[in-house]
Design a protein around this ligand. Structure first.
Ligand code: PLP
Length: 385
């Protein structure tokens, strides 16, 4: 109990490094073991041998530990892990009734947009794609449509737009809806959307939370675990079975131990890369909330007090061909989708999305990793030469 009290006063970095103090109770191992059993034995009187262990779908200790670490990092009352970020998003969207209304931020992660468009069609849900980082546009859309759910992504991927979470929460809740924030690009180390009033925060834990590009996982957290929405999400996860495996949870916990440290280096590197690109004659614009030139820099400072994250985009002067040539010349930055891993990645989003979301042909998205900064800037210098 005293230990628990002490832990709850510790800094997030200490709690994450020590996986909330997890020690294997049987061996004293400082790394918790993988629980591979899917089912758990009962006593002769049919009572469970361990009251918290009935069947693996909801009774995996590592999944519970991962949820606890992440919920604490988000200052949340409750958290749920999912087998991917998309599974977490789908669980949220399924709480909206047939013929309800969803406001979805425009120009966010393409996989979210694509799935939500299809889902809304099937369920006869009115879908409004709105630029939520613009307070006036968002306000008008909410007042006119009284949505059941508003889903924003901040910083957004790949545009790096910043939505005012406090404002969006006030507007959404005043209209009787719920605000869900995809905070993947920030991670719980850089921003805690629930503290700004969001109803639910969502992460693709595949990205920075795991950080090693070897686990798919998703996470949701709330400060209103008794709400009908959260109860429906928890029931849906259990009954529909979108659960994370024990091995994945183990890897995730291992990755999370270094999240604060990795994030520190990624933010440092990303800022230096952004400044280098901003000064480069072949670059038309750099989209990074850490730059003073970013239109929402002041808001980003408020919402992301510990740094601006690993994700940035830039527009090369010229056409798709010029942008693809830069991507082709990069060597340290690997040409691959995703973000938030220890290794730096580059992505030509227009090659993936086409014209579906209006991503410019000359936009290059970078996920800046933890390599030596000289190697990253040297690689970009050569590719742009
Ligand atoms: N949200 C954002 C911002 C993403 O970038 C991604 C994936 O790239 C997702 C959600 C989906 O997560 P996952 O790939 O874990 O399903």
């Amino acid at each position: 109990m005293a230990d628990q009290q002490k832990r709850s006063n510790q800094h997030i970095v200490t709690r994450m490094v020590q996986a909330n103090g997890a020690i294997d109770p049987q061996t004293g191992g400082v790394v918790p073991p993988i629980q591979s059993s899917t089912t758990f034995a009962r006593n002769a009187d049919y009572s469970l041998i361990s009251p918290n262990h009935l069947y693996a779908r909801d009774d995996d200790d590592l999944v519970r530990l991962g949820e606890d670490i992440l919920a604490k990092a988000e200052n949340a009352e409750a958290g749920l892990l999912f087998p991917s970020g998309m599974a977490a998003i789908a669980a949220v969207m399924r709480t909206v009734p047939n013929r309800g209304t969803i406001i979805l931020q425009t120009q966010i992660y393409w996989g979210t947009t694509k799935w939500v468009r299809d889902f809304c069609k099937r369920r006869e849900i009115t879908l409004l794609e709105i630029e939520c980082s613009d307070n006036e546009t968002l306000s008008a859309a909410i007042v006119a449509n009284k949505p059941d759910l508003v889903f924003v992504e901040t910083p957004s991927n790949p545009w790096l737009r910043i939505t005012d979470i406090t404002k969006a929460a006030e507007l959404t809740q005043a209209a009787g809806g719920k605000l869900v924030v995809d905070s993947t690009a920030a991670s719980p180390v850089l921003s805690n959307p629930l503290s700004f009033g969001a109803d639910i925060v969502m992460h693709s834990a595949t990205k920075a939370i795991n950080g090693h590009s070897d686990v798919l996982a998703g996470f949701l957290a709330t400060n209103d675990a008794q709400s009908a929405m959260w109860q429906a999400i928890a029931m849906d996860r259990h009954d529909a079975g979108a659960v994370l495996g024990s091995f994945e949870a183990w890897l995730l916990i291992r990755g999370m131990r270094t999240l604060p440290l990795r994030m520190e280096r990624m933010c440092e590197n990303a800022m230096l890369v952004a400044k280098f690109l901003e000064a480069h004659p072949k670059v038309e614009a750099v989209l990074y909330p850490g730059l003073k030139s970013h239109p929402s820099h002041d808001l980003a400072v408020k919402q992301m007090p510990n740094g601006f994250g690993p994700l940035l985009s830039f527009l090369v002067k010229g056409s798709a061909k010029d942008a693809l040539e830069v991507c082709a010349k990069l060597e340290t930055f690997k040409r691959a989708t995703s973000l938030g891993g220890v290794e730096s990645l580059v992505e030509h989003r227009h090659s993936v999305e086409g014209n579906a979301t209006g991503v410019p042909e000359n936009l290059i998205r970078l996920s800046v990793g933890i390599e030596h900064i000289d190697d990253l800037i040297g690689d970009l210098k050569e590719a742009l030469s």
